[in-house]
Design a protein. Structure first.
Length: 88
């Protein structure tokens, strides 16, 4: 794994950990009966963080797919496109 790959993975993991914390805040707000605006705002932050992480994961996979030959157990370009569209 190259330094760039390790850095990308670190960034993705950090984004997912942030989303995990935000989701915890959403759950706590719902359980506490918080104002719906606060809940929706936190939920929006979670959704955004997850979308960005998903797009980064797929973009990295697409870059790897285009840079080298497709592995036997790898993801094909049509599969990547389908995954990408599933996030839209």
């Amino acid at each position: 794994m190259s330094t760039t790959d390790a850095e990308t993975q670190r960034k993705i993991a950090n984004r997912l950990k942030r989303a995990q914390g935000q989701l915890g805040a959403v759950i706590a707000a719902v359980e506490a009966g918080s104002d719906c605006r606060a809940v929706v705002t936190q939920l929006s932050a979670v959704t955004s963080a997850l979308d960005k992480a998903g797009f980064q994961i797929i973009a990295t996979a697409m870059r790897d797919c285009l840079d080298g030959p497709e592995e036997e157990d790898g993801v094909s370009l049509p599969e990547l496109e389908k995954l990408f569209l599933s996030l839209a």
